[in-house]
Write a protein that binds this ligand. Structure first.
Ligand code: GLY
Ligand code: MN
Ligand code: MN
Length: 425
């Protein structure tokens, strides 16, 4: 429990500082509540406001509010309605509660009269906005809080480690299912079963892609069709898990046979591990992304796809056709965690280079920041067409590898002074 206590001490300190910067005396943080589909009385699974999750590690919270004023113990108004339609779990008794003044409320009407407190800000999604627009999600406050979330506490690192452990149970089961000839749908179900998550508990939709579907970066379907072993070539799975609201985000790629694609995966794995080792505190992440382009080009050159040198392929922009996304992003309460394009608590922007618009993290890594390192190379038909006939590409090789889709390998890394911790391996 000490780790959680220390975590809350940091959150209190960071929020006190952020309120000072933004000129507020206190803040309300709303958990959010389920919002029904258009013209319907059903709602999708509720995603809790990450600012609320930063303080309160309770799953399935809705319509609850945290109140913080510097110098005072934070108060949580925890909504537990009298309701015979749903099971109401008493979440107010956990160890976490010792750090808060917890008030269980049975009805929205029991929520406090926010306007009685002067000079407060409100942080929450648009379904409930009791304060003036200028005091609702004020940018200066959010910028400072988002920046403070980059460096993780020991408690947060332990949550991210557990989210990795759970996901790897799923990844092992998924590989086994793939090798036994399962469909994408069956692999997906094996994954969920092994990490004991319901689909709505996953931090993002599983990407479970056989053969050429691996070339679709965010492939969103799971086909129920089993592929005959003679036609089964490759498997790319990008799937995480969730622990106390913290996400893991892991990708693995497999070849069905011991063939050239398997060798290509092995070489990518070596390159990916070298990039991981460089994600230390003080590393410029944009520079590491550019280094990844060279590393991936070396793989493509080695396997005969690039006829020119790797450096030449990078300078011509050819590597961007095969690696069209960024090297990675911050990870934490959100899969693509906040503050990736700023350099300070004031939100001073650092946009990605024009040629790399999808790079989600541009700044220098800070100690205890958690990032993904996810180089990829893909044979995406739409992008291949854009450079069709290019003299420095061996098009026979492209045709050979296209049915395999592509490769992505993704680990979750803690940046340390002079080293890293790989949470995934
Ligand atoms: N799973 C989404 C990503 O890797 O960013
Ligand atoms: Mn991923
Ligand atoms: Mn990722």
């Amino acid at each position: 429990m000490k780790a959680f206590q220390q975590h809350i001490e940091k959150v209190i300190q960071a929020t006190t500082h952020a309120l000072d910067l933004a000129g507020y005396d206190g803040v309300w943080i709303y958990s959010g509540h389920p919002v029904n589909h258009f013209l319907d009385d059903m709602a999708p699974a509720h995603a809790i406001n990450p600012h609320f999750k930063w303080w309160v590690p309770v799953p399935h919270v809705t319509s609850s509010v945290l109140h913080f004023q510097p110098g005072k113990k934070p108060t949580v108004y925890l909504h537990q309605p009298a309701d015979f339609w749903h099971k109401i779990v008493d979440n107010s008794q956990g160890d976490w509660a010792a750090e808060f003044d917890v008030k269980v409320i049975g009805h929205y009407q029991d929520l406090p009269d926010y306007k009685q407190w002067k000079n407060h800000a409100w942080i929450g999604s648009p379904e409930l906005h009791p304060l003036a627009p200028e005091d609702t999600n004020p940018k200066a406050l959010l910028d400072a809080l988002h920046f403070a979330r980059i460096k993780k506490t020991e408690y947060e690192l332990s949550c991210l480690k557990e989210a990795n452990r759970l996901a790897m149970l799923g990844h092992k089961a998924a590989e086994q299912a793939f090798r036994s000839g399962a469909s994408e749908f069956e692999i997906h179900m094996a994954y969920l079963q092994a990490c004991e998550h319901n689909e709505h508990e996953m931090p993002y939709g599983n990407i479970v892609a056989l053969n050429e579907n691996g070339a679709v970066l965010h492939y969103q379907y799971q086909s129920q069709e089993r592929i005959a072993s003679g036609d089964l070539k490759s498997f790319l799975i990008d799937a995480g898990a969730n622990h106390n609201g913290y996400a893991s985000d892991i990708t693995r790629t497999y070849s069905f046979q011991q063939d050239a694609f398997a060798d290509m995966i092995a070489m990518m794995d070596v390159k990916q591990q070298q990039l991981c080792q460089k994600a230390v505190a003080g590393q410029d992440y944009t520079a590491l992304h550019l280094e990844a382009h060279l590393a991936i080009s070396e793989v493509l050159h080695e396997f005969g796809v690039f006829k020119c040198s790797a450096a030449d392929a990078v300078s011509q922009g050819l590597s961007r056709t095969f690696f069209p996304h960024g090297l990675g992003h911050y990870l934490g309460l959100q899969v693509h965690d906040v503050s990736g394009h700023v350099v300070d608590e004031k939100g001073t922007p650092k946009p990605p280079p024009t040629e790399h618009p999808f790079l989600r993290l541009t700044d220098t890594l800070r100690e205890n920041a958690v990032v993904t390192i996810e180089p990829g190379l893909y044979f995406i038909p739409m992008l291949m067409q854009e450079i069709a006939g290019h003299k420095d590409i061996n098009w026979d090789k492209v045709a050979e590898f296209q049915p395999y889709g592509g490769i992505r390998i993704e680990d979750n890394i803690v940046a340390k002074q002079g080293g890293i911790v790989n949470l995934t391996r």
